[in-house]
Design a protein around this ligand. Structure first.
Ligand SMILES: [Zn+2]
Ligand SMILES: [Zn+2]
Length: 137
């Protein structure tokens, strides 16, 4: 259960990416993350942020999910959070629990595949958007 080994060989930038994700504690796009990081690293390029995020993903430290806009949102792997997402206004409401945690734990013990994270999201209409549609028809 040693997870510390994966953080051993991180570059300075990768460590900063992780620290920023931890501080923000909410999913963020690479562009917004870049804006945050540039406050302390003015010369940091967006490509470096993307590359850092990809490496951190492969190391099992960062996860991503796609927003309604198609944009990838990044967060730490520890942040197991699922959403109800409205297709009309794009609002994502967090679910209070993870319905697949037991399955995730079981897979965690499997020797044939190393599970880092999972995503689960429900799509539809939030109640204001749903009521708006009802009123129209
Ligand atoms: Zn909505
Ligand atoms: Zn979950």
């Amino acid at each position: 259960m040693s997870q510390s080994s994966s953080t051993d060989r991180l570059t300075h930038y990768q460590e900063q990416i992780l620290a920023t994700l931890k501080r923000l504690d909410a999913p963020i796009s690479a562009q917004d993350l870049h804006a945050h990081l540039r406050q302390v690293q003015p010369r940091l390029g967006l490509a470096t942020v993307y590359r850092g995020l990809e490496i951190l993903k492969i190391k099992g430290l960062v996860q991503s999910r796609a927003a309604v806009t198609g944009e990838a949102l990044y967060s730490r792997v520890e942040q197991d959070q699922h959403y109800l997402t409205c297709l009309q206004c794009g609002t994502s409401t967090p679910l209070t629990l993870c319905p697949v945690q037991e399955m995730a734990n079981q897979l965690q013990q499997s020797k044939s595949f190393k599970v880092y994270y999972h995503t689960l999201e429900f799509f539809g209409l939030c109640s204001p958007c749903w009521e708006q549609q009802e009123a129209k028809s």
